[in-house]
Design a binder for this molecule. Structure first.
Ligand code: PLP
Length: 621
């Protein structure tokens, strides 16, 4: 594995320079690069603190190009008679600058947008899309949603409504009749084939969305009777996000294309087969079917989709459909990096005292000291068991009143000295493996670095579904890491921690890092967080969205900070839970008759803090 696996998961977008700093290559061209540590230093000088979201719009553009070109290449290779048009699902990351950039990069590819709610449809309709680009409407819809979509269609936009449930059909017909507009419709089909990994329940008989075969036939008959069969232009399916195994894509394509062909032969004039989302992101770089990885490339994905569609259509002797896809994760994940700084270390085993015995101590202390002094790589298992017994005895004797406070303190320090020695032994290269019974201990001996961020805000999927994201320092990469650590965030929630890290062969319980140097910041970055994390992130403990900087990389390792979007202020998060910050500032002193200096000082401090970010002020260190 390369340094922190950056070559494997970084996909050419990230690397390390000769200074030992993280660099970004936003177009995947090695000659266009910029030092991420320099960006952070530059922002700090401007008063922008960590935690910090860095967005690289060029990466978004590169991903849009790559997806479209992959399909075009596959279509040229197989002489495919149809075309490809993608839509970006707005739900993946709705932030205006993200959607703007995707739309801009996709214009020449007639790239459109997918909306799953009324506000998302408002976003999609406001964008400057290519006139031939599609806006697809998925998810549950009410009459107003239909009205918005159909009015937009009447106004000349290519808005395609995907029917997800039978009950939507009468609603569409009613509003279309009222508005005197012919709708553009898609039918979502419940495939039997399922994806793989954490999102596989998005498909199959019991999935939340889509019509089964009988319902598909009923929908076709209803539309035929109303003279609207020509409106049905799309067959849609989605087998779940983050498909890890390419075989699932092939199986789904076979089933979906067969369904397309049978409906076509039944007289439904389908023009598009929409293969939904699901194109994965290799978060750990292992190229496996593990849930945070994928065993295929974007080119292989496009190639398999195109080839299978063509193959089944040839067997069925029907014209090939134009292909539509709704990849979100694969477009948005790479462009965002979250930079945090380490503000402290919780280390239960470090102590500044070393216990030296005089010979007059109670027996249990002498035994613990013996264990500490004689523990070695050859006997650590039995010695550690002795230490456990001795520690138990220490506590029992203390509880019975036989030991003093000093004795207990010395005993505890001796025990932790044993643990530290053990932790050094675990880090020996010559120790081929750590026995199973010691694996949890090895984890609990790892240093816990406290980082100034909220896991719930910045990587909610790590907390919620154990998704792995790459983590690495953005500097000191020429130095050998000296500590094995896990990470804690600053929320008051014991789940706000990272104890699982990427590895090519396994999942690691710790990450090797550098010991923070007093007075110098130590920055870590979390990668591939651009899809779903921003919007799923929550204000646990009222830690809000971090400040964002949008950075464009120019020639000669130069960069330009296009814009800085301040993070949520205290005012903002307090209002979000219905407090009036004006009242909160007055609150502590309101009931006091006489003004006191402390009361006034408190009011002044609260007033000043209102407009500041919610995270710890690292300038205070
Ligand atoms: N299309 C539909 C219908 C979805 O439900 C989703 C998300 O799960 C997507 C597209 C986007 O999927 P992904 O981000 O995996 O490409």
């Amino acid at each position: 594995m390369s340094m922190y696996g950056v070559k494997e998961w970084g996909y050419g977008f990230f690397g390390v320079n000769s200074k030992g700093h993280l660099v970004v290559h936003p177009t995947r061209d090695e000659n266009l690069s910029c030092d991420v540590f320099d960006i952070v230093q530059h922002l700090r000088k401007k008063g922008v603190d960590t935690p910090l979201i860095l967005r690289f719009p060029q990466i978004l553009a590169a991903r849009v190009t790559e997806l479209n070109e992959a399909f075009h290449k596959a279509m040229r290779e197989y002489d495919y008679a149809g075309s490809y048009q993608g839509v970006y699902p707005v739900k993946t990351n709705q932030i205006k600058e993200v959607v703007d950039q995707v739309v801009k990069a996709g214009y020449k590819y007639r790239y459109g947008l997918e909306a799953g709610s009324k506000p998302e449809l408002m976003i999609a309709l406001s964008m400057n899309l290519h006139p031939d680009a599609l806006v697809t409407c998925n998810g549950y819809k009410d009459e107003t949603f239909m009205r918005m979509a159909l009015l937009a269609r009447k106004a000349g936009r290519n808005v395609l409504i995907t029917v997800e449930k039978m009950t939507e059909l009468p609603m569409i017909l009613k509003v279309a009749r009222e508005l005197k507009v012919e709708p553009l419709l898609g039918l979502r089909f419940k495939l039997n084939a399922m994806g793989s990994g954490k999102w596989e329940s998005s498909a199959g008989d019991h999935s939340k969305f889509g019509l089964n075969t009988q319902e598909l036939l009923e929908a076709v008959e209803t539309l035929e009777k109303k003279g609207l069969l020509d409106s049905v232009v799309e067959l849609h399916f989605h087998i779940g996000s983050q498909i890890t195994d390419i075989r699932r894509v092939k199986t789904a394509m076979k089933e979906a294309t067969r369904m397309y062909a049978k409906l076509y032969k039944r007289g439904v004039p389908l023009k598009y087969l929409n293969v939904g989302g699901g194109l994965g992101v290799d978060y750990d770089g292992s190229r496996t079917t593990f849930s945070s990885s994928m065993n295929y490339t974007i080119d292989e994905y496009a190639s398999d989709v195109v080839y299978t569609t063509q193959d089944v259509c040839a067997q069925e002797q029907v014209p090939v459909p134009n292909l539509l896809s709704e990849s979100g994760r694969a477009i948005a994940a790479f462009h965002e990096v979250v930079v945090v700084d380490i503000i402290g270390l919780i280390d239960t085993t470090h102590t500044k005292y070393r216990v030296e015995l005089t010979g007059n101590e109670p027996q249990v202390l002498k035994e613990l000291a013996y264990t500490r002094d004689n523990l070695s790589v050859k006997n650590f298992a039995e010695m550690y068991h002795d230490a456990i017994t001795q520690k138990d005895e220490l506590i029992t004797l203390f509880n019975l009143g036989y030991l003093s406070l000093d004795d207990r303190a010395k005993g505890e320090i001796l025990f932790w000295e044993v643990c530290r020695k053990l932790s050094k032994i675990f880090s020996y290269k010559s120790l081929k493996y750590i026995p199973e019974e010691f694996q949890d201990l090895s984890k609990s001996l790892a240093d816990k670095l406290i980082a100034n961020f909220s896991l719930f805000q910045s990587m909610p999927d790590h907390w919620a579904i154990d998704q792995l994201f790459p983590v690495m320092p953005i500097h000191r990469l020429k130095e050998k890491p000296t500590i094995s650590a896990t990470l804690c965030d600053i929320t008051c929630d014991s789940d706000g921690k990272m104890e699982k890290f990427i590895d090519l062969k396994d999942v690691r319980d710790e990450i090797s890092l550098h010991e923070p140097k007093g007075g110098e910041p130590y920055y870590l970055a979390f990668f591939l967080t651009g899809a779903y994390q921003d919007i799923l992130g929550m204000r646990h403990n009222l830690f809000g969205a971090p400040t964002e900087a949008h950075v464009v990389v120019n020639e000669d390792e130069d960069f330009k900070v296009q814009q800085i979007i301040p993070g949520d202020t205290m005012d903002h998060v307090l209002r979000s839970v219905h407090y009036d910050p004006d009242e909160l500032v007055e609150g502590p002193t309101r009931r006091r008759q006489n003004k006191s200096d402390a009361g006034e000082a408190l009011k002044a401090l609260l007033t000043q803090q209102r407009s500041l970010p919610t995270y710890l002020d690292t300038n205070e260190r």
